[in-house]
Design a protein. Structure first.
Length: 118
């Protein structure tokens, strides 16, 4: 028997219920994309200052995989650079200008890295 999630009711908002006792609600579960091996990933590393009040961040785009794996890579980068950042929607943002250092770290981890921009 599957373990029920405490937030399960939120998935069923605005759903008309059936009086059929055999009815089983099917959840729309988004399948997470399987993480590609590091040597199959094509990551782009760039410096971004747009919409950040002039502060520069190192942006890593193109990661294909689960959110958990994305966050693990982000944690490694943030730790090795000694700064903060975030990871979501296939992008990793590291605070500060660390384009070369991030590219070197990712290359050492086995990723294909391309530096974009000046």
């Amino acid at each position: 028997m599957a373990k029920k999630n405490k937030q399960d009711w939120k998935d069923r908002l605005n759903v008309v219920y059936s009086t059929n006792t055999d009815f089983n609600y099917e959840h729309d579960q988004e399948e997470e994309e399987e993480t590609l091996p590091a040597n199959k990933q094509n990551l782009k590393v760039s410096i971004d200052k747009k919409q950040r009040k002039g502060k520069a961040v190192t942006l890593i785009e193109g990661f294909v995989g689960t959110d958990e794996d994305l966050k693990n890579v982000a944690k490694t980068l943030k730790t090795k650079c000694g700064v903060g950042g975030s990871a979501k929607d296939g992008e990793i943002m590291v605070q500060g200008e660390f384009k070369q250092k991030v590219a070197d770290i990712l290359s050492n981890l086995g990723y294909k890295v391309k530096q974009v921009g000046g």
